[in-house]
Design a protein around this ligand. Structure first.
Ligand code: FES
Length: 501
């Protein structure tokens, strides 16, 4: 059987026409950093609201976290609402649900009005439990979600080919092709007169009047700055200590027989997330799950194998077509972080912490920030406030996370020298090894070429670990990722690992 392609179905196509990088020093009214769903949505809301907008993206539009999602458009985020009510109270949990429902409605309207060809279709969303002992959890979640005004009810049957004990069903949700959608937004953003600059990396920010966004292509001077770079490229409020990066995995399989109609997620571990995806040559089954903290799993390939085993156990799998993974910051208290960059910031904002539900959370964040720039009240801004202090909601998880990080800081410093040398690496293998009396992060590519970089993360100094499925160096502390040659793939680090060989 042919190996699956190491990408998502959304990105398996010709990339959209490229926008040129920033043409040197530039003055704008609103600078948006990040060309994923949150950045493109807020940019479009503001440009069509009459603002002069410049959006910069360090790589290509829609090819970061947005391109590697399972692209479910729903306010059902597992069984979340009972827990949100207990952590934040009824009012803020209601605001979260409303914000996500409003995001779904905006996206549906835009797909229709803008004529975006993105395989949009309405589907029911199910969060299910298999064990009878968990039925009361599902019943409580359905009751809470309905009370908060969400289209939720408890059911005992789903379109899945295996029985469930109970499920919370959300009606009239949606699924789509996330990349096609954001490229449609980019088209309309350009038509609205905004400047889009790809391959332009933001490297610094001087908050002032105006603000100055430093980039590798010149300085972008702006009255308002929105940092929508997934993980904020400038982290002035220690987001890394408040939102732990979680990696998760997906496969897309061709199966014999029908793909169940709906979107599904298990509420018990291990998480299994399913949906169908229409392709020109037939419907695929997507299976996601196997989440773990970034950099704390050595055999990442085993995660794909576990998803494949699950798919084969429950479906007649004909072939595996795609496999991909992504990561997302997951705030300790379960709410995204949306609002001012710091408590004293003026006209500079961030949006992050979408907990793997970035399609609606990212769109809702964009709606909140568009209102903030335009001086309008927003009913969800308080619940999502990036500078909130709710110790009761986040403290136990925060302590647990930061003990874990602290363990890495200490362990990295007392670790024994590696037993193997760089020369001993097999083709395709990466590891922490010895070289010239030094400890290095070494990799030998399939053609036998060796590279070695410093194993010390440029963020705060933890030791990176090899991710064999993605061929990257991942930091276990706050989730920075680096290519085998040390180039930053994901922050919070902004500086490449030092090249040794
Ligand atoms: Fe913080 Fe590496 S990401 S130390």
């Amino acid at each position: 059987m042919a190996a699956p392609k190491a990408t998502s179905p959304w990105l398996d196509r010709e990339p959209a026409a490229e926008h040129p990088p920033l043409a040197g020093d530039t003055r704008t009214e609103v600078a948006v950093v990040g060309g994923g769903i949150a950045g493109l949505t807020v940019a479009l809301l503001l440009a069509e609201g009459g603002r002069q907008v410049t959006l910069i993206e360090m790589d290509r539009l829609g090819r970061g976290a947005t391109g590697y999602t399972t692209a479910k458009v729903t306010s059902q985020h597992g069984m979340l609402y009972d827990s949100l009510v207990s952590k934040h109270g009824e009012e803020k949990a209601r605001a979260y649900g409303q914000a996500n429902q409003a995001a779904l409605a905006l996206m549906a309207r835009w797909v229709e009005e803008r004529g975006i060809d993105c395989a949009w279709r309405r589907r029911e969303a199910y969060a299910y439990v298999l064990s009878g002992s968990q039925t009361s959890q599902a019943a409580a979640e359905a009751e809470t979600a309905a009370r908060l005004g969400l289209p939720a009810r408890l059911v005992h049957d789903t379109p899945l080919p295996y029985p469930v004990a109970a499920a919370v069903r959300f009606d009239d949700q949606a699924e789509f092709d996330a990349y096609a959608y954001v490229i449609g937004l980019a088209r309309d953003l350009a038509a609205a007169g905004a400047t889009i600059a790809e391959r332009t990396r933001a490297t610094g920010l001087d908050e002032g009047s105006p603000h100055r966004v430093e980039t590798d292509r010149g300085t972008l001077t702006a009255d308002h700055v929105i940092v929508a770079s997934h993980y904020p490229y400038v982290d002035r409020t220690l987001v890394f200590a408040r939102a732990a990066p979680q990696r998760s995995y997906s496969i897309a399989a061709r199966i014999r027989g029908p793909v169940p109609e709906g979107m599904f997620i298990s509420a018990e571990g291990p998480t299994r997330s399913l949906r169908g995806a229409p392709r020109p040559d037939g419907e695929l089954l997507l299976v996601g799950g196997e989440g773990h903290k970034v950099g704390q799993e050595s055999d990442t390939s085993a995660r794909y194998r576990a998803l494949e085993e699950f798919a084969r156990e429950h479906f007649d799998v004909e072939s595996l077509e795609y496999r991909w993974s992504t990561q997302d910051p997951v705030p300790a208290d379960g709410m995204p972080l949306v609002g001012r960059l710091t408590p004293i910031s003026k006209r500079s904002y961030m949006a992050t912490g979408f907990s793997k539900w970035g399609m609606t959370n990212g769109t809702a964040a964009a709606m909140v920030l568009a209102d903030a720039v335009q001086g309008r009240d927003n009913p969800w801004a308080g619940a999502l406030d990036s500078n909130r202090l709710r110790p009761r909601a986040s403290m136990p998880k925060l302590v647990q996370e930061n003990v874990n990080v602290g363990w890495h800081f200490v362990a990295d410093r007392v670790r024994q020298r590696p037993s193997r040398s760089l020369d001993e690496l097999a083709p395709g293998e990466g590891d922490i090894v010895r070289h010239d009396g030094d400890t290095v992060a070494g990799y030998r590519d399939e053609e036998g070429r060796l590279t070695a970089v410093s194993p010390t993360c440029t963020h705060l100094g933890c030791r990176v670990a090899w991710n064999d499925a993605e061929r990257s160096w991942d930091c276990p502390c706050h989730g920075s990722r680096f290519a085998p040659d040390g180039a930053v793939i994901e922050g919070p680090a902004v500086t490449n690992l030092e090249r040794k060989v």
